[in-house]
Design a protein around this ligand. Structure first.
Ligand code: URA
Length: 275
């Protein structure tokens, strides 16, 4: 039988360092939970008439054992086919919830799909959920989300008038930037989400979201505040990048530039008769 050894202080510090490097930076319970045993990995397949998937935890024990291993390093073509099969936002959310192709899902607590009004004409696109978003399952609910709410309020908007999503719907471990592979797997789902919401105006938040949506390697400081017509998936829309609220929290002086962008957004939506 394995001998239990009590850990030294150095062992424990080493273990915590390892956890942090692996992206484990919050404790959600007293006891560890083997989530792979709890929920068998299920690979979503293109569905002719997508419906809300059943809870795989309801599978019989024998089926659980037989479930296939999670597929890491998924296939972008499969992601595109799955995303294209969604005819409603609810279907898209269900398909994403069942999709195991992107490794980000394995370390995240839950899918962070969207918040706000799916009927809105204005869509905001951020980068990726952080710790609080991962806990609550909604985008922009942490500190930067609170600032975002104040920014929207300053131009007469709130979450009933906008729809909010991220370029990737799972929190990257330790809040790192999503890798190009992860982005490529999530992008078809973002494209479909934009097509289904069909906003008249899009504002991206921060450099990575701007680079994804505008397909550019330019920096945010150069691009912010400029309107252009972009195709997001098959949806053509006017879009403008602005600074990320998390950046504004770290660099309060930049709020001046963000304020100009917000005023520009306000003028644009007034000109389009959206408010
Ligand atoms: N930052 C983002 O880009 N998105 C969120 O949802 C939260 C923080």
């Amino acid at each position: 039988m394995a001998q239990e050894r009590s850990l030294s202080h150095d062992d424990m510090v080493g273990m915590l360092d390892w956890y942090r490097a692996a992206g484990v930076d919050i404790a959600v319970g007293e006891e560890p939970v083997d989530r792979f045993a709890q929920r068998p990995p299920m690979r979503a397949t293109a569905v002719a008439a997508p419906v809300v998937m059943g809870d795989p935890r309801e599978a019989a024990p024998a089926e659980r054992v037989a479930a296939p291993a999670p597929a890491l390093g998924g296939d972008p073509a499969e992601a595109r086919a799955l995303a294209a099969s969604a005819e409603t936002l609810e279907q898209l959310q269900a398909i994403l919830g069942a999709y195991d192709g992107c490794g980000l899902k394995l370390r995240a607590t839950q899918l962070v799909f969207a918040d706000g009004n799916p009927e809105a004409d204005i869509m905001l696109i951020g980068e990726a959920p952080g710790a609080e978003e991962d806990r609550q399952g909604k985008p922009f609910v942490g500190k930067s989300g609170q600032l975002l709410d104040r920014m929207l309020g300053a131009i007469g908007l709130d979450r009933t008038k906008v729809y909010i999503a991220n370029t990737v719907p799972w929190r990257p471990p330790g809040n790192r930037t999503p890798t190009p592979e992860e982005m490529a797997l999530c992008l078809p789902f973002l494209h479909r989400q934009v097509e289904l919401v069909a906003p008249k105006v899009v504002m991206t938040l921060g450099g990575p979201a701007m680079q994804t949506v505008f397909s550019t390697t330019n920096g945010i400081i150069k691009m912010r505040g400029k309107w252009s017509q972009v195709a997001i998936g098959r949806h053509e829309v006017e879009a403008m990048p602005t600074l990320h609220p998390a950046y504004l929290l770290r660099n309060p002086a930049a709020k001046q530039q963000a304020w100009r962008d917000l005023l520009s957004l306000r003028m644009r939506i007034e000109a389009l008769g959206l408010v």
